[in-house]
Ligand binder design. Sequence first.
Ligand SMILES: Nc1nc2c(ncn2[C@@H]2O[C@H](COP(=O)(O)OP(=O)(O)OP(=O)(O)O)[C@@H](O)[C@H]2O)c(=O)[nH]1
Length: 732
Amino acid sequence: MRGAPCRPDVLMRPCLRPCARLPRLPLPQSSRLPSTLLSTSSCQRTLPGRAGFSSLASLESRPNDRTSSSPPALRPLSSSLLLPTTNARVLVPVTPVPTRRRHNSTTATSKMPIERRAIEVEKRIAAIPLERYRNFCIVAHIDHGKSTLSDRLLEHTGTIVAGDGNKQVLDKLDVERERGITVKAQTCTMIYKHKEDGLDYLLHLVDTPGHVDFRAEVTRSYSSCSGALLLVDASQGVQAQTVANFYLAFAQGLSLVPVVNKIDMASADVPRVLEQLETVFELDTSTAVKVSAKTGQGVGEILPAVIKKMPAPVGDAKKPLRMLLVDSWYDTFKGVVLLVRLFDGTLKQGDKVYSYATGNEYIVGEVGIQYPDAVPQKVLRAGQVGYVFFNPGMKRIQDAKLGDTFTNVGCEDIVEPCPGFEEPKPMVFVAAFPTNQDDYGRLADSISHLVLNDRSVTLQKDYSEALGAGWRLGFLGSLHCSVFQDRLRQEHGASIIITEPAVPTKIVWSTGQEEIVTNPAEFPDPDDHRIRSATLYEPFVNATVTLPEEYVGRCIEICENARGVQKSLEFFTATQVILKYELPAASLVDDLFGKLKGATKGYATLDYEDAGWRQAQLVKLNLLVNKKAVDAVARIVHVSQVERLGRQWVTKFKEHVDRQMFEVIIQAAAGRRIVARETIKPFRKDVLAKLHASDITRRRKLLEKQKAGRKRLRAVGNVIIDQSAFQKFLSK
Ligand SMILES: Nc1nc2c(ncn2[C@@H]2O[C@H](COP(=O)(O)OP(=O)(O)OP(=O)(O)O)[C@@H](O)[C@H]2O)c(=O)[nH]1
């Protein structure tokens, strides 16, 4: 593994930790990557997320109890792609509304006063030398049990009280609990007394999200880790995201401990999974840990393996501060709270620190650890992961730049800043509008707060004639977009209309100049003579589908229909196939994954990485109401989709538009060509006829009612359309 390719494009921190790890893992000398998964070109190319981004599609929601061996029920997913994000900006200054982070009442010493708890923990931590620190994360395919295992590890170390109440303790957001998925990586400090030597070890555990849309959270987590537990479900075996996560961790030089989970299940097949780990990753599985995160069986063997196989972090507490900003969130009273990893030096209240990204100086107000809730400490030392907030607090979210390095004031010229993180690149773009335009200001504040906690979202102002003032938001995938919407609703009580997700288009003008269009409204009209000589490109992905052999035929058909080009078909076990396709990214937002799941009884898993731009015959599809385009609905689509989508649009829109006093014509137009049409017949009866001329009070009441109602209405092509019609039309 020594010399395995580093991934500076994913997480640029080569100087912090040697890339040579996993010494016990026998890997082929030639490729240094498992031959079963080498792509046609080079191993560097095979690494997932080649351009700092890789993606998967997976479960959008799942039932709370997911113990059954049958494949989970599914919803489609997602996509991703590379785009410049320089023009993204946050629109409004922050007003103090906290992001809602759940506080657990199950912590082991929660009945103890916080000060006593802090002192006790502090005393134990102070006695632990850096050689006895271990920072690690759990990575796995979605639903393989990362959060459940985290619960057991927290219990095992006495960080929380063992009991039935511990259900995904580190999934702190409401949306995570509701959907049963991890969205944010969460760090927790644990103190573990090793049975072998009777000594205390300081462990920092990061529970990472499994879904591809939150891959940026995973890659960021690696910056504070030197190892990872590669968790595999004993009944499902290696899945697409296991593969992707393995390569990400491998590329970061993390020491891997294979863990086979769910061994309590009747359908568990441990030998098969071990064989897969050996053949697919060429991992030495003789030391793999077999556990049931549900029952706790075997969990006691994990931490000794972590201590044995993973190296302690490298750092020097005596050197000046060198601190990396890993995550941040907003607290009403404290301002912006930063999650940091100290590489060198120490940090305590009253210290003056300097930010390399902004040049700002701050005075430390409080430092502490997540244990799993915030526990204040007097000092944080090199190797630790903890939180810090300043006094006076950091108020502007723009000042907390993830990947930023902080040092002591006066040391900025002698300390080498950490290389930081690559900006996540949005792939899916939507327009968002308040359901009620009066809420614009409040919603802008709420969005700013969420963006602080989720830096993968990009934000620009937008305006639609049909829906009013709003924003154009960029996400890493459809699930990411849908989770953001849920968080807005749950944490800020906001209600918004979101347009259909769409991928960007690249236009290369005849002059050679390139332009990337994320807003279809900005795509040139067919009358624009320049577009006729321009070349259009759409984003493509390299997709990897794993599936049981019996469904191969049907899946190939689906991929071909999605304009996919097959790259390879390999058996990675006797019955499991890895199918590789080059696919338009648009097919992913068009529910390709849902179709694959449907065709395989839910067994297919999909992983993909950006494959760059491909020339394509694209056209702008408009929805016209009485000859006037509804700007919020326009999309850039491949010519082969025009008829199907156009028909779908007009039929669906007709269902939601009320009848008017005159005829309403709904059309779908590709450029100048009308591809579908529906007509709504006018009303025939005169509603005014029922009003009694002398009844002034009734007339006034009616007028007031009409006035209030009009607020919700928008005029397009002389047709009055209720806002809820757009909402219904845009919802799937
Ligand atoms: N039978 C059994 N079920 C388990 C075990 N570990 C986890 N589960 C169940 O598997 C489901 C998924 O567990 P999670 O811990 O949420 O999985 P995850 O990997 O954190 O999921 P994401 O973070 O969304 O990727 C839950 O219903 C758990 O109860 C186990 O050892 N045995």
